[in-house]
Design a protein around this ligand. Sequence first.
Ligand code: TEU
Length: 525
Amino acid sequence: RRGDAWWRSAVIYQVYVRSFADGDGDGTGDLAGVRSRLPYLAELGVDALWFNPWYLSPMKDGGYDVADYRAVDPAFGTLAEAEKLIAEARELGIRTIVDIVPNHVSDQHPWFRAARAAAPGAPERELFHFRPGRGERGELPPNDWTSQFGGPAWTRLPDGDWYLHLFAPEQPDLDWAHPAVRQEHEDILRFWFERGVAGVRIDSAALLIKDPRLPDFTEGRDPHPYVDRDELHDVYRSWRRVADEYGGVFVGEVWLPDSERFARYLRPDELHSAFNFAFMACPWDADRLRTAIDDTLAEHAPVGAPATWVLCNHDVTRTVTRYGREDTGFDFATKAFGTPTDLALGTRRARAAALLSLALPGAVYLYQGEELGLPEAGIPVDRIQDPMHFRSGGTDPGRDGCRVPLPWTAGAPYAGFGSREEPWLPQPAGWTEYAVDRQEGDPGSMLALYRRAIRLRPVFGDAPLTWLPAPEGVLAFARADGATCVVNLSDAPAPLPGHTELLLASGPLDDRGRLPQDTAVWLRA
Ligand code: TEU
């Protein structure tokens, strides 16, 4: 791998710390748990770990409500332990990416506590978006914006002022027009780069800047009052200067349907990379996937940024469940709640999708449990923790189903998550089937497939992708030295090119050596 450009083709494993491994047995995953499982991650062959927020937090949104960006939450461990973890991972050749949440803080952050305690109009309130309400007595929110979790994006304090929160009320939005907000975040970046982190994921990266007039959304969306504002680029240019001092890299959570607007963030003086949500949301359909891949490569090439390939994360329905449904794409608006899923079908497709994404040029993000083929778990209503569920008035099950503690050891209590106490989210019946120790002993397991694929992936080199002629419904492309990936999404078995070596297959070929439906192979000329 090219030394300082490791991120251009890395396999990056997302660790949702709360649910990865529990080192102290209290029912919540922690840094001790991660440290104990570093050999597992090294064996899997990943290049870097992206940790969801591990900072001090009241956990109203799984740690995306940060009370202190320079402290590790005691439920997870200590700062000293985080430093040890970063160093130990590095010893194994694994880099660390932390998750910075710049759009909002926790309502328990000292800045918001001070703002709340101050009077309307006080300078402490200028770090946030405080406004008087509308209506005769100010009883109506200042504008019509709604929270991403449902309901109004405004909450009123007893003194009559309202404050803005694009997410939960416990996550007040910062005012990025304030110089102290900018300075603070550059200091936070330095703080973590000084501790050896190699990269930073930027949460909700396109939402930070608001139109200072805070106009009603219905006044018109162009330019949008808080999504993808031009002033953001100025923020990321100065962040980039900080990152460059340390050789650090950014991956932005930039949700934008417009690919030209998206690519504007990926510039040599801004973000190194951003998540490819278009690929994640793409249905399991050959034409749609090919278009998504072509569009991705076309939008990244002119700016010189590597593509990223994402199949799932801690916010969306797990891949095998999604692919087992009739509507296989991910739609934030509907999420296809409750549609029946065929897990055998979903698993077959997820195995093929794993080989597809790992063969594409760019970096691959892998969400913990994806390598085990975990399905979305049903969470009993009285155990749901996600604020999205509560803010939707209970109509949305929320995102906990993809955040269930991992199964490590089939015979152990709580599937070896490590707990004496019951895990913070219940593991469904049958979870032990997916346990790491079981899959390690099974060459046909999802884990075995991921291990082999990640190890073999360098055969594709840095070469660009060339599409090969293929029957309808079949994706076939070549990369370096004749390394080829073929995925069959049609219902007819696909003949494979002759004179090739079969490197890896996501499932068995048929008795005539053809590639069955929902199966992928890697070949070498
Ligand atoms: O998500 C931002 C984001 O785009 C969400 O609004 C997304 O639409 C939502 O999760 C739908 O499922 C990031 C984090 O990934 C998420 O976990 C946090 O809840 C959110 O920011 C607030 O920090």
